[in-house]
Ligand binder design. Structure first.
Ligand code: LER
Ligand code: MN
Length: 279
């Protein structure tokens, strides 16, 4: 397994000015950097991907549907906007040299209409993701679609439902991202949930129950590590936490206190814990 660190610990909009982070990530011992962007126009993806490789880091590429951009909107024009966004994200992942494009890609993060998802929305998700998966396959990129906890989305909360979605999409280029923070809230068993992802498991976010350093809280890590090994998972396990002092991130992730002594301490302690348990 390869271990990475998501840039949301430091910034909501990774760009050239953040290139000095590459040397730090490498020095701390990460195999890769997970770059997060929520807009792609003008982003120098090729240049940044090359800079990461020059530093000896692999790259994964992360985004999310935000605002009003939804693949499952009643409005066909909005669904098309979401599909265009996903296609552009996939193209950016290819340009940056990532073979995954990951994040929550059905409904915008934080959209909570106060009811269950309906069949029309399920159909729109399947239809949109089929088209996105074809685009991803042609680009040599795999979509890793992320179930989120119930306080961030009403649409896709569990691995079991994620697997149903993958089966309905029916394209290996559409898989699942398993995030231990969300799963810790929604799943009855982390091991069973990982096994439910099965061959669709495309990416893992390692995040503590309070979104701090993996190993510092009460996520059932022993079960997570044992199940990933039992599944012969050989992909990425990426530490995802959020900069508590970065206003847009703090507000989006509702983080109102520091989760570690410093972002560096969170990254280094989390990495040591994951290496001990996984590699
Ligand atoms: C993103 O990976 C995530 O986990 C969400 O909670 C925020 O988009
Ligand atoms: Mn995540």
């Amino acid at each position: 397994m390869k271990l990475g660190l998501n840039t949301l610990l430091f910034t909501a909009g990774f760009d050239r000015e953040h290139l000095p982070l590459l040397g730090q990530f490498k020095q701390w011992g990460f195999d890769g950097i997970e770059i997060a962007r929520f807009a792609f126009d003008g982003f120098p993806a090729r240049e940044i991907g090359q800079a990461a490789r020059d530093e000896g880091l692999e790259v994964t590429f992360c985004s999310a549907l935000t605002g009003a951009v939804s693949l499952i909107s009643e409005d066909a024009a909005v669904r098309q906007q979401a599909l265009d966004f996903l296609k552009q994200g996939i193209d950016t992942a290819r340009e940056i040299g990532s073979d995954v494009f990951l994040g929550p890609f059905c409904a915008p993060v934080g959209y909570l209409p106060g009811r269950r998802p309906n069949e029309a929305e399920w159909g729109w998700a399947v239809e949109g993701l089929k088209t996105a998966a074809e685009h991803a396959a042609a680009a040599g990129v795999r979509i890793a679609n992320e179930p989120l906890n119930r306080f961030e989305t009403y649409f896709l909360n569990t691995a079991a439902r994620g697997r149903e979605l993958c089966e309905a999409v029916g394209n290996h280029s559409h898989g699942l991202l398993f995030d231990t923070f969300h799963a810790n809230i929604e799943e009855q068993s982390l091991g069973a949930a990982l096994r439910a992802c099965g061959p669709y498991l495309a990416h893992v976010h390692a995040c503590e129950n309070d979104r701090g350093a993996p190993g510092s809280g009460h996520v059932g890590w022993a079960e997570v590590f044992a199940t990933l090994k039992e599944m012969d998972y050989s992909g990425w396990v990426v530490i995802e936490s959020f900069g508590a002092r970065i206003p847009e991130i703090a507000a989006a992730a509702c983080i109102w206190r520091d989760l570690a002594e410093s972002p560096e301490a969170l990254a280094r302690e989390g990495l040591r814990f994951l290496r001990d348990g996984l590699v």
